[in-house]
Design a binder for this molecule. Structure first.
Ligand code: SF4
Length: 476
């Protein structure tokens, strides 16, 4: 799903009216935040770890060319086949060649946002390759033909009752809303696919530059099966996912799981260094790694916004965001959502297509405070808002409002007259002005009858008196 800027408003309105969605998102985000708080409390070095993670990621980005070359050299030495993709189309072509060379008919996938970014499932089904998501949340959204609504919890917008109905309709099983029964249904369906698949596709959480290894984190063991059973494994990795060596990995492992799901650790930490067949006599004979650029070099070249590439996709900024909590991830219209998505959308899709995204934020700063790699998201959102305005892509109504404001600000008498009215009118009605849409969820305060100018002058006088008094006291 790629919403156009003009469609986002309608989608958000619909999401706000969807009580089930709002309850499901609220429950899931609040639970994740509570569990995270417990883990953070138990880790005395939490802040130190955040600083370290930020420094490591920034250092890698600063020398990304050298780290990528080192990674490639080591990965090839380990027996991997390394491919470079400058954009989504090139990445798709690389996968197509691998599919054709190996006569691949079916694929099992473990969770990979990068593959969503390049629309890989759609591409593969157009090539008549059966492609199945095996992460439970991804499997559910695939049944609905949706994209994930959260970076780490793809089906977070659905209740277990919703999932029961989806399984009933799409899989032809009896309705149940019992989590263990739902899990058993999905497990039975997926097991046979794992055993029959010709190829496994995964994302990558961290690429280890010094060793040419891949680190793939998961909780359900589906990734382990997807990358360990079929004869070919294709891993898709954004070029920003590197860290220097295994030495730095514990810093990220300690931060990622608590931030993502409130767990102390991810259940499985898969480290892949070579095609398994070589060392175990079974599993994949080929291991391909596709290093995807798709706009990342452009972001890297921008010193003001480069920091947005530090993201480790934990999803904590989504959970804490008051906007995301109301509308969920689909309202952002792209694979990356929430506060970090709001920074990435205009950078990947362009200022015209992604012009709506930096404004989907209250700029409260909670995302910066919670981010395990300390990305200053509000700061970047402001920069991106300015770029949208500078490039002439802000809304016509907004342009008109600011032109009017600028005109009034240049004509003080007119400004005083215009701002005098609301307070006086309100004195007559003795009630706040009726603004129906705004007042649905909150109360509108009354206008200050004194007005800002008068209050400002009074404050100035009070401050001057205080300064004079302090000076007099010092002299005495
Ligand atoms: S920006 Fe920070 S908090 Fe948000 S997903 Fe990325 S790493 Fe997590």
């Amino acid at each position: 799903m790629n919403l156009k800027a003009s469609e986002t408003k309608a989608y958000i309105k619909a999401a706000l009216k969807d009580k089930t969605l709002r309850q499901a998102v609220d429950k899931a985000t609040q639970t994740a935040l509570q569990k995270r708080a417990v883990q953070v409390e138990a880790e005395p070095a939490w802040e130190e770890l955040r600083h370290k993670a930020h420094a490591i990621k920034c250092e890698v980005l600063e020398h990304l060319d050298a780290y990528l070359e080192l990674f490639e050299k080591q990965a090839i030495a380990n027996g991997m086949q390394v491919h470079w993709a400058s954009d989504a189309a090139e990445a798709q072509r690389i996968v197509q060649v691998i599919v054709e060379e190996n006569d691949v008919r079916s694929v099992v996938k473990s969770k990979s946002l990068t593959s969503e970014e390049i629309h890989l499932n759609k591409f593969l089904s157009e090539q008549n390759v059966e492609t199945l998501e095996t992460d439970l949340g991804e499997y559910i959204v695939q049944l609905l033909d949706q994209i994930p609504s959260h970076l780490t919890a793809p089906a977070l917008h659905l209740s277990r009752q919703d999932i029961g109905k989806i399984f009933q309709q799409k899989l032809g099983v009896d309705y149940t809303e019992e989590p263990t029964e739902l899990l058993a249904i999905a497990r039975a369906k997926l097991r046979e696919k794992f055993l029959a698949a010709d190829m496994g596709i995964s994302g990558v959480n961290f690429g280890i530059a010094a060793s040419g290894c891949l680190v793939i984190l998961e909780n359900e063991a589906n990734a382990r099966l997807a990358i360990g059973l079929p004869r070919t494994h294709v891993a898709l990795m954004g070029i920003e996912k590197l860290i220097p060596s295994f030495q730095e990995l514990p810093v990220f492992l300690k931060l990622l799981a608590p931030s993502a799901t409130g767990q102390k650790q991810t259940v499985y930490v898969n480290v892949v260094g070579t095609p398994l067949q070589k060392i175990a006599g079974e599993g994949p004979e080929q291991l391909h790694i596709i290093l995807l650029d798709n706009g990342r070099s452009k972001i890297l070249a921008d010193p003001q916004l480069r920091e947005t590439l530090c993201c480790i996709r934990c999803g904590a900024c989504l959970n804490v965001c008051p906007i995301y909590q109301q509308v969920g991830g689909h309202a952002y219209g792209w694979v990356y959502m929430g506060p970090i998505g709001a920074t990435l959308i205009p950078q990947y899709l362009g200022e015209r297509e992604g012009r709506y995204a930096p404004f989907l934020s209250s700029l409260c700063g909670a995302c910066h405070q919670i981010c395990p790699v300390r990305i200053n998201i509000p700061h970047h959102l402001l920069k991106l808002r300015k770029r949208v305005v500078d490039s002439g892509n802000s809304s016509r109504l907004e342009k008109l409002a600011f032109r009017l404001w600028a005109f009034l600000a240049r004509h003080p008498k007119l400004y005083r007259t215009v701002t005098w009215f609301p307070g006086k009118l309100q004195l007559l009605s003795r009630k706040p002005f009726p603004v129906p849409a705004y007042c649905k969820e909150r109360a509108l305060g009354t206008f200050d009858v004194k007005g800002f100018r008068k209050r400002f002058i009074e404050m100035e006088e009070i401050n001057s008196r205080k300064v004079a008094e302090a000076q007099r006291m010092r002299k005495e």
